[in-house]
Design a protein around this ligand. Structure first.
Ligand code: ADE
Length: 227
């Protein structure tokens, strides 16, 4: 999968894709992330990419032309499945969206800054608008990093143990059960006996029960959701 991220602060994205699972995904050739500095594509002097709002009001707006130039350049090079805009007024990111997007070939992600991007870019280029939660970040970069991570780890072959994504919280609409590792007795705090039983059927049942219990206690809303 190829992901092109468009930003005015590319430095913010230096680190999130350079370590751990995202690094491995790229080293294996399963994920190809390209970060583009929008200022390199503006036709305006002094690398200008934003301007005052028509109608007045505080805050600058990202101009349509640099975004159009870069998005169209990329679209001439290959076909994109989605042009995603990270914005707090988008649809809230859930696991199901990450699952769907992990099966795509090419994605563009636009990071907004200041007051956001000119509405005409949203109307004419953007195909999906995603929020990572009901709070406002100072730009879309950290949200884009969250989205790329959530998608990237689901690409087949990225995780070592392919089944481990299947047992994540949210993957089956439930929260994940508690997990334990050695030692079996730490300061007298013992691992549940059943996990040491070696009986995969019983362990599976126990884990499912724990998942349901945890979801009922912490996120009952998930049990009503139709996912
Ligand atoms: N940009 C600013 N805040 C955001 C959010 N919550 N989600 C996505 N993009 C954003």
């Amino acid at each position: 999968m190829r992901i092109d991220v468009i930003t005015v602060v590319p430095q913010l994205l230096d680190s999130p894709f350079a370590h751990s699972i995202m690094k491995r995904a790229q080293a294996k050739g399963l994920l190809d992330v390209h970060v583009h500095n929008l200022r390199d594509y503006t036709p305006y002097k002094q690398a200008q990419v934003d301007d005052y709002q028509f109608g007045g009001g505080a805050g600058m707006v990202m101009m349509p032309e640099p975004l159009a130039i870069l998005v169209e350049k990329l679209q001439e090079e290959r076909k994109y499945d989605e042009v995603i805009y990270m914005t707090p007024d988008g649809k809230t990111l859930v696991q199901k969206t990450a699952n769907t997007l992990s099966l795509k070939e090419n994605l563009i992600i636009i990071c907004g800054h200041y007051k956001g991007i000119d509405e005409r870019v949203r109307e004419h280029f953007v195909t999906m608008e995603i929020s990572i939660g009901d709070y406002v970040l100072s730009g879309g970069e950290l949200a884009a990093a969250v989205l790329v991570d959530a998608i990237g780890r689901l690409i087949p072959g990225v995780l070592n143990d392919e089944t481990s994504a299947l047992t994540d919280s949210h993957q089956d609409g439930l929260l994940a059960p508690p997990v334990y590792t050695r030692p079996a007795d730490f300061r007298g705090w013992k691992v549940p006996e059943i996990l040491l039983s070696g009986d995969p059927k019983k362990i599976g049942e126990w884990r499912h029960e724990q998942s349901v219990k945890r979801t009922e206690e912490r996120r009952p809303d998930l049990l009503d959701d139709d996912i």
